[in-house]
Write a protein that binds this ligand. Structure first.
Ligand code: EPZ
Length: 417
């Protein structure tokens, strides 16, 4: 088991370079099997979720070469075998193999995916989409068999603008006969990145990034080269950390428009922020105004930044509110923030934060990936030492977090115990 120790209350200065987006890469890797040729993806983050996907590729006999920040995937010799539960449960994004295998072989056999315990996380919309394309779905004890004689384009309306369902349906439809329209599609930048990748391979997808995506099926997808977009959630996490303890902290290699909702909140609160074309420069301000946020689908305030942002709200003057509308179980970080000295109460899906409160280091748990990021942010601003257990959650999504923070002056280590 790994634990993280943070000696807090140090000023952070220098530059943190943002890595490729986890939630784009975890879809790009399964998408790459749709070609029979080679796909090269660069700006791939070195995080354990990517290792888990490479484990699945290995099982499917896909040839994978990893070099620094890039991955070359060649599915020429791949076999469409069942993906065992021990692989699917390692991460949520294993479900993208359902759409990709269905799109390529018209058959996928795999188990219910894993991932952070932030809600029930059903996959009904993915399955309804596959069925609309002509597939039948059989589910026995967590195992899903999705197969079709033929996949035919269809009009699919998503009841919820789900990121996963939008991408999975794109993967299944890209080689289907005819035209598929996804209405009420999710608009997250990761979806645009995946559609661009598929188009680079010869797919015909338009409208990604809007709520209507049109996919005209093609027979063949060819070789391609693609770059992962910068991780907007990693960027947002470090920007929040900068607001807590930065002194001219530069968060570099970002696309500021992807985090507009965060940046405008920070400006409203009175942060010392400069926004460049591909960076943000941030310093801790003397005083922050309280504010309210409600998590929403893109371009609204991202649920994945809600937990780290709550830490910043503990340092604002007065009452702030956080309403979580996407995941029903994403307040597990709150009791740990309170044990550090925060004053937060939860009623239904809203947390009320009274601030500012002094935080003092203690032992806390990273209950999920972004709760872990919140614990890191809290540990950095707290007085004394904060010890975080279940650090494996954090390493699933933040590349070289210890190295990046150490390079700007943080006192942070990971120990194996
Ligand atoms: C993606 O999850 C991200 N994960 C999540 O990031 C992120 O929190 C989420 O999108 C929302 O932005 C990946 O990209 C791998 P959804 P996803 O389908 O696709 C409901 C992180 O920390 N729903 O958009 O699983 C669902 O329960 C992770 O990096 C259904 O009801 O999210 C939720 O309430 C955590 N039925 C809402 O829709 C379905 O079939 C949005 O989920 C699918 C979803």
């Amino acid at each position: 088991m790994k634990i993280m120790e943070i000696e807090g209350n140090h000023e952070l200065s220098g530059t943190i370079r943002i890595s490729g987006a986890k939630n784009a890469t975890v879809a790009l890797i399964p998408a790459a099997i749709l070609t029979d040729e080679e796909a090269t993806i660069c700006n791939v983050p070195e995080i354990t979720d990517i290792d888990a996907l490479c484990g699945i590729l290995d099982e499917l006999k896909v040839d994978v070469k990893r070099a620094s920040e890039s991955i070359i995937i060649n599915p020429k010799n791949m076999q469409n075998i069942e993906i065992a539960e021990k692989y699917s449960k390692k991460l949520r994004a294993s479900y993208y193999f359902m759409g990709a295998l269905l799109g390529k072989y018209k058959k996928a056999i795999m188990y219910f995916p894993g991932g952070c315990s932030i809600g029930a996380r059903p996959i009904d919309l993915h399955l309804k989409g596959f069925e609309a394309l002509g597939a039948t779905v059989t589910n026995e004890k967590n195992k899903y068999i999705v197969e079709a004689e033929e996949l035919k384009g269809a009009n699919i309306y998503l009841d919820i603008a789900s990121v996963g369902a939008t991408i999975n349906i794109m993967l299944a439809a890209v080689k289907a006969k005819g035209v598929t329209i996804i209405d009420n599609a999710a608009k997250e930048p990761e979806i645009v990145n995946v559609a661009t990748f598929l188009n680079n391979m010869g797919a015909k997808i338009t409208g990604a990034g809007t709520s209507t995506i049109r996919i005209e099926g093609v027979e063949h997808l060819h070789k391609c080269f693609h770059e992962v977009i910068p991780d907007r959630i990693e960027a947002g996490t470090y920007i929040i950390i900068g607001a807590l303890c930065g002194k001219n902290l530069k968060i570099d290699n970002i696309i500021p428009e992807h985090i507009d909702s965060l940046l405008s909140k920070l400006e409203e609160m009175g942060t010392d922020l400069q926004i460049g074309t591909d960076y943000v420069l941030i310093s801790k301000a003397n005083k922050y105004k309280s504010t309210n946020i409600k998590t929403l689908v893109y371009p609204g305030f991202p649920t994945d930044l809600q937990q780290p942002f709550t830490v910043l709200l503990t340092q604002c003057c007065g009452k702030s509110k956080v309403t979580e509308t996407i995941w029903e179980n994403r307040f597990m970080h709150i009791s740990y923030l309170n044990s550090l000295g925060a004053d937060i109460t939860i009623k239904n899906q809203t947390a009320t934060i009274m601030g500012p409160t002094k935080l003092t280091g203690t032992s806390v748990v990273a209950t999920d990936l972004r709760a872990g990021a919140a614990m890191v942010a809290a540990g950095l601003v707290a007085e004394g030492t904060t010890t975080i257990t279940n650090v494996e959650h954090i390493l699933r999504g933040y590349e070289q977090i210890v190295e990046k923070l150490t390079s700007v002056g943080a006192k942070i280590t990971i120990k194996e115990i």
